[in-house]
Ligand binder design. Structure first.
Ligand code: IVH
Length: 655
């Protein structure tokens, strides 16, 4: 009886917490005071500590940090804040260096110099200084636009407010990591799952005095916008940071050669437990700024840097069920639902099993005891199972031959490159015909990298779908706001915010539009290549009308797989219909051409054969930066054929 009463009281508090949480963070309209809200969270956590049988997915102890509050002004970063690609082993590092050598046309094996810096697992921030004064501090946000958290950042002692050093640039964005030390975290570990969440939650307090109560630290490591740049290398810049009064990581090193990077990685990984803050790998940056400039960027990450992650944390848990998730491209991903377990400070209850082949290879079954790994921000995965702990009556897992969402047959594609069947099984439906795929397509459509509709997250897509408010992307622009206003958790303000967010995205650049359609094999980079080549939305739509996707062969980087995929996309009747609808609603901006006024304006180039002192990739990017156009098939417009060593005979004859 007592147990039932305790559980009832607990669930009542959880329900209240969920309700207040929604108002507090999602709706910008708190129903209770901050301290009453904190008290409620504390009560729930204390009940869980006292009565171990109490558990809820919605408990504040499970919530991983706070979703960004909408209380802060959004500000554009003058220079985008990038992320990093990951390396997990020596082979990944060798590939990284090989790509760099190819791009810079250096002999393979050239010893490149790196700045090796421990990767702090905190929250990045960009601090703008003008004439030596700290004037504005932004969170990373989506990399392009952050939140103005100046007042909260001002409470951090490690951040200099005034810098009088002679060589300090007149304007500079100093970038680095805000974090909380492990000993300080111990004082507040009842409120947050891990130090990173504590730093994030604290930085986003509405009241800066609340931020000042948590001892946050700041370590600087790079810059964004800078006026009058005169540093030759990252290591020199780091020295300057120290001289200007910033804290830099004491384990930063300048290292040559992959062998030495690995030795340093092993050394720091061993030291990790003695360092008073969380680090999850080592960042390697090409030290020479001139080389960094030549290498440039891909969509979100520089070519000149990589994060070498530490080996993962792992824990053992029981597989309670195996669920099949259907993704946007129809891929069926098996996910193990495991008994919740703490892995390196994060509560994990789902772990990916990757694909059908992986389940067969490891013979993974429901009821098995599994070792689950989690490395930094990578999705947790099942590494192995303990056969000794398997019960005699356990049954092999049978992978569904029908899509669990729409019932269509599931198929494995034949991969033309590997000449093998794919490891991934897919729903054979055409796309929007499968409810799960359709839902995932809409989530992709509104996502940050696509339409980026503020506040329209995955949960809202799920909710609106359930309520039959949306079925196709175009429905987003025809929402019934009167209905939404009266939904649970919505009100006048939140509805008008949503309406505004949607209306403001009706004007969209062509590359984002192409990417948002979720055509298989057309990611952000390929969408950019297509947009740059096609220039206008009409040219893109004409691909569907003329059924002529062959001319896309002219685009460097777009191959048969992509062209086939685009052709298939346009053949589908539902796709044609939803594209036509979108065409009526949206204003699609022509692709921004790189530069229209460079020296090579209106000139067309083609390459054949290997160049001597420069890679083709670099030569092409220089031509494009100067307004020239690259083509890969001979046509009448060709002005210059650049012939390297061992040219293709066909192209050579043309000259
Ligand atoms: S450099 C282009 N240096 O890692 C360079 N980042 O995944 C990008 N980080 O958002 C940043 N320590 O929050 C850089 N020494 C370091 C870093 C570091 C931690 C974080 C940072 C960034 C993320 C990239």
């Amino acid at each position: 009886m007592k147990i039932l009463k305790i559980e009832k009281e607990y669930l009542k508090k959880i329900k209240l917490f969920q309700e207040y949480n929604k108002y507090y963070y999602d709706k910008n309209n708190p129903k209770i005071t901050d301290s009453a809200f904190d008290l409620l969270k504390k009560e729930i956590i204390e009940l869980e500590k006292k009565y171990k049988f109490l558990k809820s997915e919605n408990s504040p102890s499970k919530t991983v940090g706070f979703t960004p509050s909408k209380n802060f002004k959004k500000v554009k970063h003058k220079i985008q804040m990038l992320s990093l690609s990951n390396a997990f082993n020596e082979e990944d590092l060798k590939n990284f260096e090989k790509k760099i050598c190819n791009f810079l046309s250096l002999n393979e094996g050239t010893e490149i110099e790196y700045s090796a810096e421990p990767k702090i697992d905190g929250i990045s921030a960009s601090l703008t200084y003008k004439d030596g004064k700290f004037v504005q501090g932004l969170s990373r946000g989506d990399g392009k636009e952050g939140e103005d958290i100046t007042e909260n950042l001002k409470t951090i002692k490690d951040i200099p407010k005034v810098i009088n050093e002679k060589n300090f640039p007149s304007e500079i964005d100093i970038r680095g990591e805000v974090f909380i030390q492990n000993n300080d975290f111990k004082q507040i570990d009842d409120k947050f799952a891990n130090p990173r969440n504590a730093a994030s939650g604290s930085l986003r307090q509405k009241d800066p005095t609340a931020t000042s109560k948590i001892p946050l630290k700041f370590i600087a490591y790079t810059f964004g916008f800078i006026k009058g740049m005169n540093f030759q290398s990252q290591s020199i810049f780091l020295k300057n940071l120290k001289q200007w009064g910033f804290k830099v990581n004491e384990y930063n090193k300048t290292i040559k050669g992959i062998k030495n990077l690995i030795l340093n990685h092993e050394y720091i990984e061993k030291k990790r437990k003695d360092i008073n803050f969380d680090i999850d790998g080592i960042v390697y940056k090409i030290n020479d700024f001139e080389l960094q400039k030549r290498l440039g960027y891909v969509t979100n990450a520089p070519r000149w840097a990589i994060a070498h992650k530490f080996s993962a944390n792992s824990s053992v848990s029981k597989i309670l069920d195996i669920e099949i998730q259907v993704g946007r491209t129809g891929a069926l991903t098996p996910v193990a639902k495991i008994k919740p377990v703490n892995i390196g400070g994060v509560i994990v209850s789902n772990a990916t099993l990757h694909n059908e082949d992986e389940i067969i290879r490891k013979d993974i079954r429901v009821g098995d005891t599994a070792t689950v790994e989690r490395a930094g921000d990578v999705i947790p995965h099942v590494v192995s199972i303990d056969l000794k702990k398997r019960k005699n009556n356990s049954k092999k897992f049978v992978f569904p031959t029908r899509c669990p969402s729409c019932g269509s047959a599931t198929v494995k594609d034949f991969n033309e490159i590997t000449k093998k069947k794919d490891a991934v099984r897919r729903c054979s439906s055409e796309g929007f015909e499968c409810n799960q795929i359709a839902k995932e397509k809409i989530k992709h459509f509104v996502s940050k990298e696509a339409f980026n509709i503020d506040g329209f997250g995955k949960k809202i897509v799920e909710n609106f779908w359930k309520l039959k408010l949306i079925k196709f992307p175009q429905d987003i622009f025809k929402l019934d706001y009167k209905k939404i206003k009266n939904l649970d958790g919505w009100g006048n303000l939140s509805t008008s915010n949503l309406k505004y967010a949607i209306e403001s995205k009706k004007n969209i650049p062509l590359d984002k539009f192409i990417y948002s359609l979720g055509i298989r094999h057309i990611g952000q980079e390929n969408a950019k290549l297509l947009a740059r080549h096609l220039k206008t939305a009409n040219n893109f739509f004409n691909l569907s009308l003329n059924k002529d996707t062959d001319e896309l062969k002219n685009i460097d980087g777009i191959g048969d797989t992509q062209i086939k995929s685009i052709a298939n996309f346009f053949l589908n009747k539902t796709n044609q219909k939803f594209i036509n609808e979108l065409k009526k609603i949206l204003e699609i901006k022509d692709a921004t051409q790189l530069s229209q006024s460079g020296l090579l304006k209106n000139k067309t180039f083609m390459f054949t054969g290997k160049l001597q002192d420069m890679s083709r990739a670099e030569a092409k990017s220089i031509i494009e930066e100067n307004s020239g156009k690259i083509i890969s098939n001979v046509n009448k417009k060709l002005d210059y054929l650049i012939i390297g060593e061992k040219p293709t005979s066909k192209k050579n004859q043309f000259s």
